[in-house]
Design a binder for this molecule. Sequence first.
Ligand SMILES: [Zn+2]
Length: 149
Amino acid sequence: MYQEFWTPKAINKPPYDHFTQIGDPVLRTKASKVPEDLITSKEVKVLLNPSMSVTNYQKHKHPEGCMSVRGYSAEVERYDSVSLKGTNLDGIEVNLELSGWNARIAQHEMDHLDGKLYIDIMDRSTFMCTCWEAVNSKSGRVEIPFYKK
Ligand SMILES: [Zn+2]
């Protein structure tokens, strides 16, 4: 009976309306480039076909989480500053200079495009369930939603 709960009866294919979770092969797949004829379509958002270069090799460690590793976090070392190059929604090449938190987010998202997750480079000794206190206080009766609002 327990196994039936985790075995889906219908197969749901991407694009999903929920956050995919670690174990889903799509998270380990390198993203393909957006075809030029789709660049100005409504489905496309923000920065297309980005490439990143490091502009400051100083690294800092900070707690990091991911909607695809829901309920957990770990400290991850990231570069202080990066440069992102890509195409905007008007099809114009843009260059973004990012530092601090914005640079961290950019590195996290660029890793996703390469099929990598923060758990691949995290400090394993800091990996934790972010709701462990709630789990204890509610005797384990805690649920983590995987859907988007
Ligand atoms: Zn993520």
